[in-house]
Design a protein around this ligand. Sequence first.
Ligand code: AVJ
Ligand code: FE
Length: 442
Amino acid sequence: TAAGDGERLRERIADALTASRARTAALTDCVEEPDLTAQHSPLMSPLVWDLAHIGNQEELWLLRNVAGRDPMHPEIDPLYDAFEHPRATRPSLPLLPPAQARSYSAEVRGRVLDLIEKAPLEGNRLLSDGFAFGMIAQHEQQHDETMLITHQLRKGPAVLTAPPPPEAPSTPLPKEILVPAGQFTMGTSTEPWALDNERPAHAVDVAAFHIDTVPVTNAAYIEFIDDGGYDEPRWWTEEGWAHRNHAKLSAPLFWKREAGQWLRRRFGVTEPVPPAEPVVHVSWYEADAYARWAGRRLPTEAEWEKAARHDPATGRSLRYPWGDEDPQPHHANLAQRHLQPAPVGAYPAGVSPLGVHQLIGDVWEWTSSGFHPYPGFSAWPYREYSEVFFGGDYKMLRGGSFAVDPVACRGTFRNWDHPVRRQIFSGFRTARDDRPTSAESV
Ligand code: AVJ
Ligand code: FE
């Protein structure tokens, strides 16, 4: 019944918001006050900024814009406006101390939970299918991933723990998969909580190409390092080489070499680099240089999405590589269930119809594309989520990492960052054109 559907939707909204707050609490209750107010890296905000920013966005979008309520504390709005204060400057702001930040966000949440019961979930574009609530649940989960990045940058003993990811089955996978030429549907017009930049669905013609079956592993990346890849300008773009020199890049972030062995620091623990895991914490420039060294290139965003969603049997694009079912733990390494990517091949149930593995979860995958709107794009509900970033110095990342919650993860989901960034959980896979080989062309 319609009433039953409405009830289920309200429950789903409340569950998504409650899950995001539980994660926020887990990420902020495990450290003492000085660790919440300190800046662990100029790349990041103090955790206490995220804590109140989450509540402030929720107040702005749900209590003020949807429910028409008056601002609760208008004087704090500018402090938590991400456009007004770059991350590096946030520690010098008169931020709410941890106890106040928590109680402010909790007060907003209490009012929002009441609102869910009353809000009409149809007849208004912002509310239909619970979109505005879903947007806020995704926003909080995105900041939870940001806070997890801050934890990774934080020095000192480990405070977070999680069980190891599943092991890879021993059956070998093909090195690459051929994606045949032809149109596919990119983006979505039907996914209820899809953000504006994922819309609308549109046909894209893609030439035939080959794509790695799995993300590039640490073992493969070490070959690039050992072959002098970081010292060979011909593998790098001009900008990439300048950045490599300026930032003195020589290995992924958090790696160090000791007694002939590569070690990495991961959430306060130093351990040998696991060879079968996707490489993580590389910039776009490093990913691009690796691809050239390997005689390949990064996939475009359209190629990535076709490999992930296109079902050649029906011509349809699926919500996820495995089908239309919401992500379950056996499909993909998501939701911070594990604090690292899983070895390649570890999620056979998540394979795409074309045979490509681990597109969702584990590591964000750099693509060769910049951030541009799809044909027919319209900013919704605010220009500052996507539109103001179009055409900027960004590269697109797809698929989501082990730190991404399913609510903020879909085959259509688009993420972006500067090509120098590598504190994010970023890896990549490579591709190549399907050119006839010289043997075939004679
Ligand atoms: C989509 C991950 C690039 O963190 O800057 C959070 C998400 N937007 N608050 C970011 C976002 C506003 C955004 N990314
Ligand atoms: Fe935000």
